[in-house]
Write a protein that binds this ligand. Structure first.
Ligand SMILES: CC(C)(COP(=O)(O)OP(=O)(O)OC[C@H]1O[C@@H](n2cnc3c(N)ncnc32)[C@H](O)[C@@H]1OP(=O)(O)O)[C@@H](O)C(=O)NCCC(=O)NCCS
Length: 160
C-alpha cells in the first residue's frame, strides 16, 4: 500500500535512493555521478525544503519512494526510486498515479536526459517533455540543482 513517509523512514528512504540510483552509473555523464548519490545530509536538506515522501510499503518494508514538493505556484515530483529487486512490478507507476492525483496545480518532473526509462514512464502517465528553452527557465525557477545538472536534464509537464 501507499502511505506517507515519516521521520522513522529516513534511513530506509536513503537506502532506497542510493541503491536505485545505481541505475545512473555509466549512463549519466561521469562528472555528474558521485557516491553516495544522495548523502543523508542532502536528503535531510531536501526534506527541509519541503519534499514530502510517500512510499510503497508491502507490510514487510518500504519498496519504493516518491516525493512531492510545492514550490510557489507549481508542484514538483521529486526523487522517484524503487528498490532494484522490486523494479518493473508496477510500484513506480502506482506511486506516480497516486501523487499525480494529489496535485491540482501545474505538475512538473525533472530527470536526467539519459534516463530514458524514467522519461518513458512519465510519458506513459501523461507527462510531456517541454522545450529546451522552457526546461532551462523552469529548472532555474523551481529547482535548486547545479548548473551542470540543468544542462543534462529534461523537464516534463503533466498534461491535465
Ligand atoms: C524509474 C522507477 C522509479 C520506476 O519504478 P518501477 O516500479 O520500476 O516502475 P514500474 O514497475 O511501474 O514500471 C515502469 C516501466 O519501467 C519498466 N522498468 C523500469 N525498471 C525496470 C526494471 N529494472 N526491470 C524491468 N522493467 C523496468 C517497466 O517495464 C515499465 O514499463 P512498461 O510499463 O512499458 O512495461 C524505478 O525503475 C527506479 O527506481 N529506477 C532507477 C532510478 C530512476 O531512474 N529514478 C527516476 C528518477 S526521476
Amino acid at each position: 500500500m501507499i502511505r506517507d513517509c515519516t521521520k522513522a523512514d529516513f534511513s530506509a528512504i536513503e537506502t532506497i535512493i542510493n541503491e536505485a540510483a545505481q541505475a545512473y552509473r555509466g549512463v549519466i555523464p561521469d562528472d555528474c555521478w558521485h557516491e553516495p548519490y544522495m548523502s543523508g545530509s542532502q536528503l535531510q536538506a531536501e526534506i527541509d525544503e519541503g519534499v514530502n515522501f510517500s512510499g510503497w510499503d508491502d507490510a514487510e518494508a518500504l519498496r519504493g519512494v516518491m516525493g512531492l514538493q510545492r514550490v510557489r505556484d507549481v508542484t514538483l515530483i521529486r526523487h522517484a526510486y524503487v528498490r532494484r529487486a522490486d523494479q518493473g512490478r508496477g510500484i513506480g507507476s502506482r506511486l506516480l498515479t497516486e501523487l499525480t492525483g494529489r496535485s491540482a496545480e501545474r505538475l512538473l518532473v525533472g530527470t536526467w536526459a539519459d534516463a530514458v526509462w524514467a522519461i518513458r514512464l512519465y510519458q506513459k502517465h501523461g507527462f510531456k517533455l517541454v522545450s529546451r528553452q522552457e526546461k532551462d527557465r523552469l529548472l532555474q525557477t523551481y529547482w535548486n540543482i547545479p548548473r551542470r545538472q540543468q544542462g543534462v536534464s529534461v523537464v516534463l509537464e503533466h498534461a491535465r
